[in-house]
Design a protein around this ligand. Structure first.
Ligand code: ADP
Ligand code: MG
Length: 572
């Protein structure tokens, strides 16, 4: 490792030269308090910025082991340090130091969720931050003095204020770690309470807007309060017992008038698979980690999915045990989304009428009389939702303000009134008896088979032009995989573009795995998740990577299923 003075004299030497001369500074340098690794130097001032790491030995950084003594704490601590680094970078960088990205120092920015990220690592030996720098230039000429200021004034200030325990806001840091650990503890207790979700009293569920995920504030916000019938108590390691609404396994309906907070509650459950930062309002809203939001997604491609439980007897005897389409309808896409989630072992489904296909959800008595079952390929969800629970142990939470037929199949009916839940199960059951539905159950004896598919690795082609592998995320909801565009706009539980980026990379791993051995999609995604669990998220890349965030197998499978070139065969 070279000394920092070598970096300094290097920068002085290349000052005013052509931009390419920056390549010379790639390498490792030891500063007083830490080491700096310049891993990659950008080709020009407008290109993707240079990738740099700072590593502070733990004997100087001084983080007490208790802050990362288990995985839950470690993840929250790392997340906190990313935020601290981001704030310090904002505070201590002068910013504009020439053209293009000149002067910027940035780290992969977290949002409301606490995710495992590769931007900061911590262990007994060291703390490491991985970030990017826009190496400065005027015109195409190296601004060496400015680069010197970035490395020798700004970076040390950022590091000192965000990677050394001594200079941290200890209470804030502790609260971050403890809140996240408590949320994990609550999520773990869902099983013993036989629940799919828990919403603590006093949670704030509504968000500022459709594009602003921070909590709604102001006098009109109604904090959540469980109905007595649904109240359970759970314990946490750091704040004693927490009370709130438990949503038991089984079939749960959320009903209520329009605008009374039904969809807001469901959205909170969607994000309950993640922990949230203190102050988010949903810190103690947790759901089963295997919860999958299902919606209609017309236009999507479907590759040999066994949607027979929901759709059968299509015109021209089109096969629904291996159903393919380049352009699914609302109902077939929703059926495929459910079957694909079952294929990778979902434990509970979240469905909102707002984003469902009506003909997939209901088929009332009058329609049954007019259009006989023999002429209707769709078995509506209402006739399958019980079997999903009884045959496969898959629970459902369903927002449905528009059809009382569902009262017959529900275990529980939760009515949202003025943003607060009430237990109306008894009332709904009475109404059920009073107006006995004359519609016929069309669900048959059981749910039906879930067919597993073997993926063909040749159908994953990440190459683009001369490049054998070119994969990139395109914002939160799209991946470009070689020449192919993967549309994830209906995959609603993605929350961070760094997840999307990591998923793109993981798809390449899936391809390599399939080259080694025949795997079903389920086996392949399970194997990838197992490797990540063992070797870390960073192992998805050959180089030290600072911009991946954790993701679930459900979102990985969703991305594979939306690769329009995917080819599979079914395992017999
Ligand atoms: P529904 O699905 O029942 O029609 P929504 O969940 O879409 O209703 O909520 C309607 C509006 O009320 C939204 O703008 C939402 O932000 C707001 N809202 C939801 N819950 C609350 C709450 N607890 N306090 C204040 N406003 C809320
Ligand atoms: Mg709604």
């Amino acid at each position: 490792m070279a000394s920092s003075s070598a970096l300094r004299s290097n920068l002085q030497r290349i000052d005013g030269k052509g931009y390419k001369a920056y390549k010379d500074i790639q390498g490792e340098y030891s500063f007083n308090e830490f080491s700096v690794f310049v891993d990659y130097v950008q080709g020009d001032p407008f290109a993707g910025p240079s990738r740099v790491r700072i590593r502070v030995p733990q004997r100087k950084a001084g983080f007490p082991g208790e802050l990362f003594r288990n995985r839950s704490r470690e993840k929250a601590l790392r997340d906190y340090l990313v935020r601290a680094f981001a704030a310090s970078a904002k505070r201590f960088t002068k910013g504009n130091r020439g053209i293009g990205k000149s002067g910027m120092i940035g780290i992969d920015p977290p949002g409301q969720e606490i995710l495992e990220r590769t931007a900061v690592l911590i262990n007994e030996e060291f703390v490491e931050a991985r970030f990017v720098m826009g190496l400065p230039a005027f015109g195409r000429k190296i601004a060496g003095r400015h680069a010197e200021a970035m490395f020798f004034d700004e970076l040390p200030q950022i590091a000192t204020s965000s990677l050394f325990y001594q200079s941290m806001q200890k209470e804030k840091l502790t609260s971050h770690v403890e809140t996240s650990e408590d949320a994990d503890a609550l999520r773990e207790q869902l099983t013993e309470h036989n629940c799919v979700a828990f919403i603590a009293d006093d949670s704030v569920l509504p968000r500022r807007s459709g594009v602003d995920p921070r909590p709604l504030t102001g006098d009109n916000v109604v904090p959540f309060r469980s109905a007595d019938e649904f109240r359970i108590e759970m314990s946490t390691p750091n704040r004693g017992s927490v009370g709130g609404m438990g949503i038991p396994r089984g079939v749960n309906l959320i009903v209520g008038g329009g605008y009374h907070g039904k969809s807001t509650l469901l959205s909170a459950l969607e994000m309950g698979i993640y922990n949230h930062v203190p102050g988010d309002g949903r810190e103690f809203v947790v759901s089963d980690p295997a919860t999958v939001k299902i919606r209609a997604e017309d236009g999507r491609r479907v590759e040999k999915v066994g949607i027979t439980p929901f759709i059968d007897n299509l015109p021209f005897n089109k096969d629904t045990t291996r159903f393919c389409t380049e352009d699914a309808s609302g109902s077939t896409s929703q059926a495929a989304n459910i079957v694909e989630a079952l294929e990778v072992d979902t434990g509970s489904l979240l469905i909102d009428e707002d984003t469902s296909a009506t003909n997939f959800m209901i088929r009332d008595q009058r329609m049954q009389e007019l259009v006989a079952k023999e002429h209707e390929p769709i078995t509506p969800f209402i006739d399958k939702v019980r079997q999903l629970s009884d045959d496969w142990g898959v629970s459902t939470v369903l927002v449905i303000g528009g059809s009382g037929d569902y009262f017959d199949v529900a275990d529980r009916v939760i009515c949202m009134h003025d943003y607060l839940p009430q237990d109306v199960t008894e009332e709904a059951k009475q109404i059920s008896r009073k107006h006995a539905a004359e519609r016929r159950n069309e669900g048959g004896e059981n749910f039906g088979e879930i067919r597993h598919r073997l993926a063909d690795p040749a159908s994953f082609d990440p190459s683009k032009g001369k490049k054998p592998v070119k994969i990139a995320e395109r914002g939160l909801k799209a991946i470009s995989f070689g020449d192919h565009h993967i549309d994830l706009s209906a995959v609603e539980q993605l929350t961070d573009p760094s997840q999307t980026r990591a998923i793109g990379e993981a798809m390449y791993f899936v391809k390599q795995l399939l080259n080694e051995k025949q795997y079903t999609l389920k086996e392949a995604v399970d194997e990838i998740m197992r490797r990540i669990e063992e070797e870390g998220l960073g192992s998805l890349s050959q180089r030290p990577v600072g911009d991946y965030a954790e993701f679930r197998k459900f979102e990985l499978a969703a991305a594979i299923n939306r690769l329009r070139t995917l080819q599979v065969s079914q395992r017999e």
